[in-house]
Design a protein. Structure first.
Length: 94
């Protein structure tokens, strides 16, 4: 993880990628932990980080927390199109 972060130190995407690996392993709580403890503090305004936290929360069964966060992403006028799309897709699952 350190080498990838060193290659893109100003980007949240390596951390999101590691979280996606945890999701693929069936470990959504680990993805939540990684995103909340490392990605969100480093990139607090990232709608992409927030949307992936919302996905991980949903997959870990924390549906209300997920919906609350994803509604914030949808309301954020500065959110990326991808974050807004992911938020809408996950909200649609509930």
């Amino acid at each position: 993880m350190t080498a990838l972060r060193a290659a893109r130190p100003n980007s949240e995407y390596p951390l999101i990628g590691f979280a996606v690996v945890e999701l693929a392993r069936g470990r959504p709580e680990e993805a939540v932990r990684l995103l909340q403890s490392q990605a969100l503090p480093a990139f607090p305004d990232s709608s992409d980080v927030k949307s992936f936290i919302g996905l991980a929360l949903h997959l870990s069964g924390r549906r209300q927390e997920s919906r609350d966060l994803l509604h914030q992403v949808q309301a954020d006028r500065g959110a990326t199109a991808e974050a807004t799309a992911l938020a809408g897709a996950v909200i649609g699952l509930t």
